[in-house]
Design a protein around this ligand. Structure first.
Ligand SMILES: [Zn+2]
Length: 85
């Protein structure tokens, strides 16, 4: 795999949004904290497997990846262009 999938970036974004909602909701109904934990864990797994530089495995922020969807983006570590497909 030499690119990052657009779908995985969107999925990551969804996990972050759901996590934020669960944290806020957790103050009203505490079981939502459990969901927050699940969403955070899912995001970390997705991030480790799919949201790294395909060339060198460097970590990229989600907001940078979102930017990279519509712009040319180069990896900060290896300098390779990160393709978003
Ligand atoms: Zn790289």
């Amino acid at each position: 795999m030499n690119h990052i999938s657009r779908k995985d970036i969107n999925l990551g974004l969804i996990f972050v949004i759901l996590f934020s909602i669960s944290i806020v909701g957790g103050f009203i109904k505490w079981p939502l904290f459990i969901f927050a934990g699940v969403f955070l864990f899912s995001y970390i797994v997705l991030d480790r497997k799919r949201l790294r530089c395909p060339n060198c495995g460097a970590y990229e922020n989600l907001d940078r990846l979102i930017y990279a969807k519509n712009h040319v983006h180069h990896c900060r570590r290896c300098g390779e262009r990160i393709k978003i497909l």
